[in-house]
Design a protein around this ligand. Structure first.
Ligand code: SF4
Ligand code: SF4
Length: 134
């Protein structure tokens, strides 16, 4: 089982390529806010950037908060998602301890599924897909 890790954020220039890759390839839209990984300033213009992304908690508190089973624990940490079960209640959003789950105005949920498709799009090798126990 693989897990996405934002391993070298000191190299990040805030280009949002990872977020756009996730939005385009996973969520089929074009918006860096509608992605499983989102980049924000870590405090100010001179302090660099941080990634808002799933830490692959095991067990995942977002899955425990989901009343419908739309989010389920994934072997090795994090969640698998059954979008068709989501009632857009938003209870998973505050349940995430690192703010990795986003919800848009329509109620749709964006959480990393650790597929790794964003990794080759980072021009500075900030991201890594690592093997974790299953
Ligand atoms: S918004 Fe969807 S995924 Fe999140 S807790 Fe509610 S039903 Fe589950
Ligand atoms: S690993 Fe996949 S789901 Fe996670 S942020 Fe990258 S492209 Fe999105």
């Amino acid at each position: 089982m693989k897990r996405l890790v934002a391993a070298r954020m000191d190299r990040c220039i805030g280009c949002h390529s990872c977020s756009l890759a996730c939005a385009r390839l996973v969520h089929k839209i074009l918006s860096w806010e509608h992605a499983g990984i989102r980049i924000s300033s870590s405090g100010g213009l001179t302090t660099g950037f941080q990634a808002e992304v799933c830490l692959a908690c095991d067990p995942p508190p977002c899955a425990a908060a989901c009343p419908t089973g739309s989010l389920k624990a994934r072997p090795g940490g994090g969640v698998v998602r059954n979008k068709s079960l989501c009632i857009q209640c938003g209870q998973c959003v505050p349940a995430c301890p690192v703010g990795a789950i986003a919800q848009d105005r329509a109620g749709d949920i964006y959480v990393c599924i650790h597929c790794g498709q964003c990794v080759p799009f980072c021009p500075h090798d900030c991201l890594e897909l690592v093997e974790v126990g299953s």
